[in-house]
Design a protein around this ligand. Structure first.
Ligand SMILES: [Zn+2]
Ligand SMILES: [Zn+2]
Length: 166
């Protein structure tokens, strides 16, 4: 286990905003569940932000879509409450970790890609800099929700673009 980053290191300037897309090499983001039992930090790039309208995301988040992104697993660390996290296999090879006290979604583990984690953007307490670039699984979109932006829409799955990858 590595030691958590300290507040002092944050003040030291690691959390400066980077370029237009927020892609800088050292970015420290804080996040937490709603009850504050689970807290975590992400040190590194957060990429591939998108809105997912699939029925799994709608149900697990209780809303029209999930705003999500990808981080390197080695950039993600818990500051507290890791033992409170409960993982639920939402589909084969995909495990969603949530706070078992308040239910906030925190991380998604991919069995076929253990080097990366999926992160919902909602639990972040800091601005990750990046913005979602597309809507995916629009074919499963809730009928009561209308997409009101000009982002690209994909009927099916999470299209990973080369330029979004680190
Ligand atoms: Zn919680
Ligand atoms: Zn989804």
């Amino acid at each position: 286990m590595q030691a958590p980053f300290t507040r002092a290191s944050i003040r030291a300037g690691h959390h400066r905003d980077g370029g237009r897309d927020g892609a800088i090499c050292m970015r420290l983001l804080n996040g937490s569940c709603q009850c504050q039992t689970v807290t975590f930090q992400i040190a590194g790039r957060i990429t591939d932000a998108m809105y997912c309208h699939c029925s799994i995301c709608r149900k697990l988040h209780g809303t029209a879509f999930r705003a999500r992104a990808i981080v390197k697993a080695s950039d993600f660390r818990f500051l507290s409450g890791e033992d409170i996290l409960t993982f639920y296999q939402s589909s084969p090879g995909v495990e969603r970790g949530f706070c078992r006290i308040c239910g906030s979604p925190i991380v998604t583990r991919f069995m076929r890609n253990p080097a990366h984690l999926g992160v919902p953007l909602g639990p972040l307490d800091d601005d990750p800099g990046i913005r979602a670039t597309r809507h995916v699984h629009v074919a499963s979109k809730a009928p009561w929700f209308t997409i009101g932006d000009d982002l690209e829409q994909f009927a099916e799955g999470a299209v990973i673009r080369r330029d979004d990858r680190r």
